[in-house]
Design a protein around this ligand. Structure first.
Ligand SMILES: O=C(O)c1ccc(O)c(O)c1
Ligand SMILES: [Mg+2]
Length: 618
């Protein structure tokens, strides 16, 4: 993974606790993702059949160094008899570390009932420990746990380390413990760099909960949560820290995830962090200009008639593949009838990039899997990468000269709307007033939700919007949209999936089209026979109570099953088709006065309506 420019001093490490599996699984995944070092978690070693020396040899073979051994708990500020036992315990671990080839041991601030609140005693005993470590050529990095009994801030751990004044005693800074408590990290700059022995990086969502539970279950890789890791790490580097940037993430999902992709996700988070710090250079994300096309694969018959009903025209047919190009305004849908499953699904999205080659280069540098392209001579060479959920993401530039549209032979004849079209691919065809794609909504497997948001942010340069949650008929749904350059991708995920109740509610995906006049579009689509989704009267009664749209409008919304929402900017009118071929549906969206949301308040009503429709269709 040496394709990344590195400034001297950028070493990347990961704690084995971040990854799932046995120590062997973890080391293999960390090395494959390009990490240079690991923090070995004691439990991973204890459960391993390898001796510490064999672990070291294995790491050497993989090109990994063992940068930290951890955690050593409940050492300091204890009565003499306990101190003697703790020093004996430490000597055993020093012997392990010598075999492991690890030179730094992490000591967490005590949570022991044996300890007393006495900084002088803590400093004195840590001095003794550092002396013993130094005799083995080892160092002690003291870390304030956010829930430490007496020492739970970095400022406090630094006072003790300074008082102990031993060259083999320094600090371990862990962004979670510092930022979760709301400490100001700026004062880290005042700590001499040579006293910063180790840096652990973790992000987390903002949660109001017990800090230990928050830390042990909900940490995330940098860029996936709410903490400002760029500012934090900037302070640490400004202090003169020169050790590795090491990820230490305790997370229930990552602990069960395939360690290979999880380690790649981790590495991507570090690369993006380093880019934001200016310590690693990546090709700048080229400007995007909207959705070029979205591809649906299906073996069933439902999608094409629905597109015709929405006023789309079948304008092109791929010269070598069973792929039809449907267009209306700037909205382009590819229907790939080579789909293997009967149910339709969104298999690819394509974004307009100012520089597709640079987009693909950046994606590759951020470890996005590059997809092999099968194309015949003379066909456009589109670069594509795989998103975490397997969706193909294409980078293209639609226009004269190098257009992918040239791969499609024109289809002449009558448009589904009855309007004659010349059948030139790429031309703007108006059927029912759709102007383009507003957003593409991809339901994510819950386990890829945070990874996906980071992927789209880092790889495509999109901005993640805040996470929202809403109560849907079949469970809570978490939602996050990534936007930029007229590209909007909505990531939705069921928080839990348990049992087989509601088997028909299989992760639908949808494509939302933009219109300047939702009412006129709905009328035109009804006339064209679009399979639009009926919305029950209760919704409109409540809408009247809540937002009181003008009575005429309310009547029209009710008559056409159009939903309504308002935010601080403006108003949303939107409506939906039925689910087509098991999984995909379409939405039509009119944003008035800069409405910026997605009508999340209406999603539960839409979901229940889809469910009703599916039951009726059985
Ligand atoms: O949760 C813990 O106990 C724990 C252990 C070691 C660490 O470095 C840490 O940040 C937390
Ligand atoms: Mg830590």
């Amino acid at each position: 993974m040496s394709s990344t420019d590195e400034r001297a001093g950028t070493r990347r490490a990961i704690a084995t606790v971040c990854l799932s599996g046995t120590l062997e699984d973890k080391l293999t995944a960390a090395a494959a993702a390009g990490f240079a070092g690991v923090e070995i978690f004691e439990n991973d070693l204890l459960a391993s059949p390898w001796s510490p020396k064999q672990v070291r040899e294995h790491c050497v073979d993989l090109g990994l160094t063992v940068d930290l051994y951890q955690p050593f708990r409940d050492f300091e500020a204890v009565p003499p008899a306990v101190l003697a036992a703790n020093l004996r315990r430490a000597e055993h671990k020093f012997a392990v570390m010598e075999q492991l080839g690890a030179d730094t041991m992490l000591v967490c601030s005590t949570v022991s009932p044996d300890a007393v609140d006495d900084d002088d005693l803590a400093a004195e005993q840590l001095h003794t420990l550092a002396d013993r470590a130094a005799a083995h050529g080892l160092r002690i990095a003291y870390e304030a746990l956010a829930w430490g009994r007496f020492v739970n801030t970095y400022e406090h751990s630094w006072r003790i380390v300074r008082r102990a004044a031993h060259p083999a005693l320094g600090l371990c800074l862990d962004s979670f413990h510092i930022l979760s408590r709301g400490s100001d990290p700026a004062a880290i700059r005042t700590i001499p760099g040579e006293k910063l022995f180790f840096l652990q990086l973790a992000d987390a969502p903002r949660l109001e909960m017990d800090v230990l539970q928050w830390s042990r279950h909900h940490r995330l890789f940098p860029g996936q949560g709410a903490f400002d890791l760029t500012a934090f790490t900037g302070h640490v580097l400004a202090a003169g820290y020169s050790g590795p940037l090491s990820l230490e993430v305790f997370n229930d999902v990552f602990r069960q995830a395939d360690p290979g992709p999880a380690a790649v996700d981790a590495m991507r988070s570090l690369l993006a962090l380093e880019e934001s710090l200016g310590t690693t250079e990546l090709p700048v994300a080229p400007a995007l200009r909207g959705h070029a096309f979205t591809e649906i694969a299906t073996a069933g018959p439902e999608v094409s008639p629905a597109l015709a009903g929405l006023g789309f025209t079948h304008v092109g047919q791929h010269r070598t593949k069973p792929v039809a190009l449907w267009q209306q305004g700037a909205a382009r849908i590819l229907v790939n009838s080579a789909g293997v499953e009967e149910s339709a699904s969104v298999v690819a999205l394509a974004v307009e990039s100012a520089d597709p080659v640079a987009s693909a280069d950046r994606a590759q540098r951020l470890l996005a899997p590059v997809l092999p392209r099968t194309h015949s001579a003379g066909e456009a060479d589109l670069s594509a990468v795989a998103a975490p959920d397997g969706t193909s993401v294409f980078f293209c530039r639609t226009g004269p000269g190098d257009s992918w549209l040239d791969d499609f032979a024109p289809v002449s004849g009558k448009a589904a709307s009855g309007k004659a079209v010349s059948g030139k691919p790429g031309q703007v065809v108006d059927g029912a007033g759709l102007t383009g794609v507003d957003h593409v909504s991809l339901t994510q497997p819950f386990d890829h939700f945070d990874e996906a948001a980071l992927f789209y942010r880092a790889v495509l340069g999109l901005e993640p919007e805040p996470v929202t949650e809403f109560a849907a008929p079949f469970g809570l749904v978490r939602s996050r949209t990534v936007t930029g350059g007229e590209v909007r991708i909505a990531l939705d995920s069921a928080l839990l999936r348990r049992g087989d109740w509601a088997p028909g509610v299989r992760e639908p995906q949808h494509i939302a089209f933009a219109t300047d006049d939702a009412l006129a579009s709905a009328r035109a689509m009804r006339a064209l026979g679009a399979p639009l989704l009926p919305i029950p009267g209760n919704y409109y009664d409540d809408l009247d109570a809540r937002l009181a749209p003008p009575p005429d409008l309310l009547d029209a919304l009710r008559a056409h099953s159009i939903l309504y929402d308002r935010d601080e900017h403006g108003t949303l009118l939107h409506f939906f088709t039925e689910i087509l071929g098991g999984r995909v549906f379409f939405e039509v969206v009119q944003r008035i006065d800069g409405y910026a949301g997605y009508g999340a308040a209406n999603a539960p009503v839409r979901m229940a309506a889809h469910r009703r429709h599916r039951l009726a269709g059985r």
